[in-house]
Ligand binder design. Structure first.
Ligand code: 2DT
Length: 217
């Protein structure tokens, strides 16, 4: 039996990740894949509840502490991801270690993304990362923007730049990364997702015969 694919969806706040998740799941279903999904931070666990309090501004933590909690929150489900993949199921994650690296490194200059990924070393690596490309100024003008601590236009601009560095590290380590233009209507973005996945169909089938990969240090 072929293994499942691990697909990660990344992007700025308010870049439309939830509707793109539905499009990915729809494509997978149409192509006879079964899929599970998760959203990080997974705010349901005790660790996730602390992260939620930090994001809402009611809990103060150092940059190192919150980065570590985000990573622990991923480790909580690492074996579940592996099990799904081994059972032939796809696993779609909204945000993952790349958000960890981009958001944490955006707090510092110069940007050094690898530093903020140390605790993620050994986690299952995404087979495919889809990055919703939307400028920080567009993201920050969308409804609801501003509710949580990172939702500041200047900070999103920094995160946008850091995602560029994260992409370089991902690709240097053999990861597959594609940008999805996220500035159009929901329908247009959905079409972008479908055509990107259609283009990758052959590569995805090949990946299914390869062993699961793990994140670098
Ligand atoms: P959502 O709005 O998608 O719930 O994200 N974040 C997330 C980090 O800073 N590091 C991480 O490792 C992860 C997974 C991005 C809430 C915020 O959490 C940030 C936005």
């Amino acid at each position: 039996m072929k293994r499942g694919l691990f697909i990660v969806l990344e992007g700025l706040d308010r870049s439309g990740k939830s509707s793109v998740l539905s499009a990915i799941k729809r494509w997978l279903e149409d192509h006879k894949y079964s899929a599970e999904d998760i959203h990080f931070p997974n705010r349901k666990t005790p660790i996730g509840k602390k992260i939620d309090a930090y994001l809402k501004g009611s809990l103060k933590l150092s940059d190192e502490e919150i980065t570590s909690l985000y990573s622990q929150n991923r480790w909580e489900v690492a074996s579940q991801i592996e099990e799904s993949l081994r059972a032939g199921k796809c696993f779609v994650s909204v945000r993952y270690a790349f958000s960890g690296a981009a958001y944490s490194s955006a707090k510092y200059d110069p940007v050094f993304v690898e530093h903020w990924m140390r605790e993620d070393a050994g986690l299952p690596a995404p087979d495919l990362t889809l990055y919703l490309r939307l400028s920080a100024s567009e993201a920050s003008s969308r409804p609801g923007f501003g509710d949580e601590v990172y939702e500041r236009a200047w900070f999103q601009k920094r995160v946008e730049e850091c995602f560029g560095s994260v992409r370089a590290v991902c690709e240097k380590n053999g990861g597959l990364w594609r940008d999805i233009i996220a500035s159009g209507s929901k329908e247009e973005v959905k079409e972008n997702v479908f055509s990107t996945l259609d283009d990758l169909k052959e590569s995805m089938t090949k990946i299914q015969s390869q062993p699961i990969k793990y994140l670098w240090s």
